[in-house]
Design a protein around this ligand. Sequence first.
Ligand SMILES: Nc1ncnc2c1ncn2[C@@H]1O[C@H](COP(=O)(O)OP(=O)(O)OP(=O)(O)O)[C@@H](O)[C@H]1O
Ligand SMILES: [Mg+2]
Length: 427
Amino acid sequence: MTGTTVLLLDAAGPESAALARAAAARGHQVHAATAAERPAPAPNLAGRVVTDFARPDRAVEDITAYARRRGVEAVLTANEYLTETAALVCAELGLPGNDPHLAHAARDKAAMASVLTAAGVHVPCTRLVHDDAELHDALTDPVVGSPCVIKPIGGAGSAGVTVVTSPAQAAAAADTAREARSRYDRGATGVLVQAYAAGAEYSVESVTQEGVTTHLAVTRKAVTGGVRRVETGHSLPARVPPATETALHRQVGAAIRAVGIRHGASHTEVVIAPDGRCTVLEIAARLGAGHIGILLQHALGIDIFAALVDVALGRPAALAPTAHGHATVRFVTAPCAGRLTSVAGFPKPGPGVPFVRWRAAIGSPVKAAGVNADRLGAFVVTGPDAAEVEQRAELLARQIHVRVDAATPELCEPDQLNSASRPDIAP
Ligand SMILES: Nc1ncnc2c1ncn2[C@@H]1O[C@H](COP(=O)(O)OP(=O)(O)OP(=O)(O)O)[C@@H](O)[C@H]1O
Ligand SMILES: [Mg+2]
């Protein structure tokens, strides 16, 4: 059963590249739909169609026409911004995909809050505001409370998200959220004001096939504090008390159904309060980014990329763990904004360190972490024992020295060494 044709929407990110590799390794012909400004990494692509994803109707037409010509049998994406387009294309072509009528609710966080609330999922109170009067109204709403979070409607990677602790910060935070709108959701108007959910951050990685969901793992996250929140580490599988896990799976299952995920991955971000109460921050109809796919592979032996290709083809996917280890990814961030002058001690791949990725060139401008895209690099540590893996990751992180010629030296840590990426992720 090889030789089928698979189409990826966007093939440029690491998860997309891994999907392309997995599909090619299974003998499939891999094609991609790409934006002109984001060319696909060419190696294993059999062909591509260039389209403008910012014009979704047009993109769906271009992609379905191309897919029909090429006899495409599966369409999938790892790109957060394209999950609705993927659902619409699958529906047009009659391929396994998510509910095209609900798919926008996994992209538009205002619609998401409505459908999740209606489905009985606990979410932070979310207000959509369009002007200063509505912003003021939301800030004084006792259900929103303080602190609160101001964010774009359809953002990703923490872009434009601000934790606001005083009303004086709100107008600037709303501007930041507005400016962060991506080229894919220019149509969205307004920004969101959301109640702050206090607690520890987790995500649940799930795969749904024919409407039946398998929860693969719970992931513990480390996130920077302060006004801008950036994920600095993920670890899985995270252990939570059985009652909490049951509640978590119930909430996440309801969220998956509510946003119409029927065939494919989902990544649901959740805050667990000290009393065990779960709040769903958001759900995405795609595999978790931040190398979570690699963690699943190394900790649990699940080839998630191959599995997702099978799911998209409507074939049974191998989702059962074949290993029972632990894996963590740590992200390296700059101590302050400036020009990157040197990096020392960044780990090399080897036993127990299956993956490393450095993105920032020496001499290039860097920023202190404000959004996920500011992260400079990442490394994965894996092994059979959770505590040992976390300790090793901790040790490796401490050996990394990032030096920056600071734009504003007083904002830099005294020794200009990297201090982030040392998250406290309890196994
Ligand atoms: N309502 C909230 N309560 C508490 N923290 C929040 C809330 N909303 C956002 N945050 C914090 O801000 C981070 C980024 O927010 P959010 O996940 O909504 O943005 P995003 O752009 O979708 O990011 P990503 O794509 O990385 O998931 C969260 O991981 C969390 O740390
Ligand atoms: Mg998020």
